[in-house]
Design a protein around this ligand. Structure first.
Ligand code: SF4
Length: 346
């Protein structure tokens, strides 16, 4: 493996200053705004995160507002973004920062890392972008760039590879400031130029220093870690309706989609008669059933293949909350796994 080129910051920082996209979190990059944006962007595309970020900041403009907000309100702002533990951890971390640091995020990587939901990458991003510290933020995009620059033969999933690139990058941070710009430049390059399948090497400021480009084999890198195939689970989702109200139920506090609200559902692809029997077992006194479509939702390690049944009910057992459309819009965060069925409700 070749070494990372020297003095990357000399090239990347001016390139970034000339080419940076106008993103909402880059305007007024306070520690709070940088932190929230980095958490939001962990599993969400930039275009999808923009609107959520602006809505979140309008509702909770300061860390103190976030610390004081009820959990349901924060989850509602997160509704549709997925990976809801991020939202819970943000709120828990805001409470801790209020208690431990008087409401100001600490300008220290170790202290940042001690906060719920803040890993190596996020701590590095906040430390460098918000506080100007020479701390790399190494995610999949940055690893891809580094692997291509050096023709790294090892998998970027290996700890030693990540650590080696982080230390090599740390040595490249500019001494006289612009640490945040260097971090942002690497992110920007990975998101707009050094793309996974179609790197735009013509537009790359590092093209003349890139080993993969010299070899004309850019997409041979990075070497990716082995990924186990996702498990497929069939589920049946029930739109139980009683007098215009739809049943929702809260998921358990731990595990997948913890604490969020969902349409009642069970494992397996139930037929009409099985679905009616299930609704009867819940005490709903089902009157009629109609199919309401198939849907697939993909989690990191799991796929839900869902079959939907709309069932008109003569009883409304209180094992469920029977909601009208205003309540569903205001108070019950229903994850996007049920997007297809939520759309039917409208
Ligand atoms: S030259 Fe191409 S492969 Fe190399 S870092 Fe730039 S965009 Fe990526």
């Amino acid at each position: 493996m070749e070494k990372l080129p020297e003095t990357m910051a000399e090239v990347l920082v001016p390139w970034y200053e000339a080419n940076a996209r106008d993103l909402p979190w880059r305007r007024d990059p306070t520690p709070y705004r940088v932190w929230v944006s980095e958490i939001m962007l962990q599993q969400t595309r930039i275009e999808a995160a923009r609107g959520y970020f602006e809505r979140f900041m309008a509702a909770l403009p300061t860390l103190a507002d976030l610390a004081a907000a009820p959990e349901e309100a924060v989850l509602k702002l997160w509704e549709g973004l997925g990976y809801y533990s991020r939202a819970r951890n943000l709120r828990r971390a805001a409470i801790l920062v209020t208690e431990r640091y008087g409401g100001a995020l600490p300008a220290d990587v170790k202290a940042l890392r001690s906060l719920p939901g803040v890993g190596e990458y996020t701590a590095g991003a906040v430390a460098s972008i918000a506080f100007g510290l020479p701390e790399p933020a190494v995610d999949g995009n940055v690893l891809r760039i580094c692997a291509r620059l050096t023709c790294c033969a090892d998998s970027i999933g290996e700890r030693k590879v990540k650590d080696a690139f982080r230390e090599a990058l740390r040595r490249q941070y500019p001494a006289g400031g612009k640490c945040g710009e260097f971090t942002s430049a690497l992110m920007e390059l990975g998101e707009t130029v050094c793309l996974p399948g179609t790197p735009d090497c013509e537009a790359c400021p590092l093209a003349d220093r890139c080993a993969a480009h010299r070899a004309g084999r850019e997409t041979d890198w990075p070497v990716m870690p082995y990924k186990a195939p996702r498990r497929v689970q069939r589920r049946t989702v029930f739109l139980l309706e009683r007098n215009g109200r739809i049943a929702l139920v809260r998921r358990p506090d731990k595990g997948l989609l913890a604490g969020l609200w969902e349409f009642p559902n069970v494992e397996g692809a139930l037929t009409r008669s099985q679905a009616l029997r299930q609704a009867a077992a819940w005490g709903c006194a089902p009157e009629e059933a109609a199919p309401c479509g198939q849907a697939v939702h993909i989690f990191t390690h799991l796929e839900w293949h869902m079959t939907g049944w709309y069932i008109k009910c003569a009883a409304a057992p209180d094992r469920f909350v029977w909601t009208d459309s205003a309540q569903r819009a205001e108070g019950y965060p229903v994850p996007s796994a049920f997007r297809a069925y939520k759309a039917l409700m409208k």
